[in-house]
Design a binder for this molecule. Structure first.
Ligand code: GUN
Ligand code: FE
Length: 471
């Protein structure tokens, strides 16, 4: 048990950023937040919570604690080529770079090095919870879980399921293998009794799964009460394939929904092209979307209108989607989210100022694409996200998307202490603080300019996990 005194910054349902200065937080021996109160009555607090002056750790000037960030979508095996291979659209990218790389993870020794690197890298960048895709290989996927556990990261780990692969035919399973191996994966996982690392059922996406496989995975998720993750409506080539492969379904969402894969423990990556009708189903099921802006831009997939998703009251978190997204850092996901939202705002404003219907329709033929369809409604106001909203999405939003907001996501009393200690002023660091900066300015500077040099310590469930042990 320990106490921290200083500035705490977090999101709540009612406020996207709440800044609590001169507060004392008590963390109990179970790693849970016991109290968080103003320090003005320190003596009274000390008596009530039975701590003494010497139990208190006081943060340095400008330092603050914020909740650890939640990466709701990341492919651990793809880390080996992150920062490269961003020159093709999704399906070609999977074919040329991704599947051949993931095939190598049949070798557990090969996997170990890269899985260790990604867990260390994300932790160092303040990701206290990560929702991982592994590969189709059960044993190396179990190893990823073991590594996350050993480093103390909170995680979901999914053994990827795919019984169709027309691109790299030897990177797939038979339907029966995929089901049996998923069962073995979940069972072995549960026997290991990790506290904070959980299995997640992972059909790669509708394109790579037969109807039977989807159906069986839906059943398995019910039997074991597990979480579910996949991809949805990311890019147009993919969406067209789904239409051809699943002609009897109403839309992409219906493919997952009818097979019981849309639950309140489901997180689906991307959703760029989901219709209002589909978003309404997400809302009804309590299923969440993982917004991965770096990936959407890097693979030229499309864009998600986060404002629209929030208005539909669909749960939403942010994801790096390494390696479709090139950065493993959630600070990058925060920044891309802001950029993307502002681009949508610019488009909307442009639509209001000039009649660019000819711009949007091929060869200026307005009949093939009416301006009213191509452009946002001129009378509607579009509000870009504020940085505070994006901060909430990177923390509390992610925990809600993964349905773990009863345990983590902010500093509500009773939750586990998942946090990063931010030190804005480090020698030769990435940002400068000046005399007239407010605390809010400093927080904002960290979010936009900071990096792992400013993340001095990281805690998961009260336990310090960064600085990392030597590799
Ligand atoms: N859709 C199916 N597999 C993948 C993947 O590995 N990355 C992304 N971004 N989309 C996918
Ligand atoms: Fe992905």
């Amino acid at each position: 048990a320990y106490c921290i005194k200083g500035t705490f910054v977090h999101a709540t349902d009612s406020s996207p950023i709440e800044i609590l200065q001169n507060h004392i937080m008590g963390v109990n021996s179970k790693g849970k937040i016991e109290f968080l109160e103003h320090a003005r009555e320190q003596l009274k607090l000390a008596k009530k919570w039975r701590f003494s002056e010497s139990d208190i750790r006081e943060l340095g000037s400008h330092e603050f604690c914020m909740p650890g960030m939640v990466d709701t979508h990341i492919h651990a095996p793809q880390y080996s080529f992150s920062g490269t291979a961003l020159d093709l659209p999704l399906l070609e990218w999977l074919d040329k770079y991704t599947f051949p790389t993931e095939k190598k993870y049949k070798e557990v020794d090969f996997a170990k090095n890269i899985y260790t690197s990604i867990v260390r890298r994300t932790l160092r960048n303040g990701t206290t919870t990560a929702c991982y895709f592994a590969t189709i290989y059960t044993d190396s996927s179990l190893l990823l879980a073991e590594i996350a556990h050993n480093y103390g990261q909170r995680a979901f780990v999914g053994k990827v399921c795919m019984d169709i692969n027309n691109f790299v035919p030897n990177y797939k399973e038979t339907t029966d293998e995929s089901i049996a191996e998923t069962e073995r994966f979940v069972k072995t996982f549960l026997e290991r009794k990790y506290c904070r690392v959980k299995p997640i059922i992972t059909p790669r996406f509708a394109v790579s799964c037969s109807e039977k496989l989807l159906q069986e995975l839906g059943e398995l998720a019910i039997i074991h009460g597990t979480h579910i993750q996949s991809h949805i409506s990311e890019a147009d080539g993919e969406i067209n394939l789904v239409k051809t492969l699943f002609p009897n379904y109403k839309n992409y969402t219906d493919v997952y929904d009818k097979n019981k894969l849309l639950t309140d423990k489901t997180v689906m990556a991307h959703g760029c092209y989901l219709s209002d009708e589909e978003l309404a189903i997400f809302r009804e099921r309590g299923a969440a979307i993982s917004h991965c802006p770096n990936s959407n831009i890097s693979l030229c997939s499309g864009h998600l209108d986060v404002r629209k998703v929030l208005e539909h009251k669909v749960k939403l978190g942010l994801g790096t989607d390494v390696a479709g997204g090139y950065s493993p850092s959630m600070l990058d996901a925060f920044r891309r989210t802001m950029d993307m939202s502002k681009v949508l705002y610019i488009q909307h404003e442009l639509g209001q100022k000039i009649d660019c219907s000819s711009l949007y329709s091929p060869r200026g033929n307005q009949q093939t694409m009416p301006a009213s369809k191509a452009l946002p409604n001129k009378k509607e106001k579009y509000t870009a996200l504020t940085y505070k909203e994006a901060f909430r999405l990177a923390t509390l939003g992610g925990s809600q998307a993964l349905n773990i907001d009863d345990v983590t996501g902010n500093f509500q009393v009773g939750k586990e202490f998942d946090a990063i200690l931010v030190s804005p002023c480090v020698p030769d660091g990435p940002l400068d603080v000046f005399a007239d900066d407010t605390v809010e300015d400093i927080v904002q500077k960290f979010l936009y300019l900071g990096d792992d040099r400013n993340i001095k310590e990281v805690y998961v469930a009260g336990k310090q996990v960064v600085p990392l042990p030597n590799a």
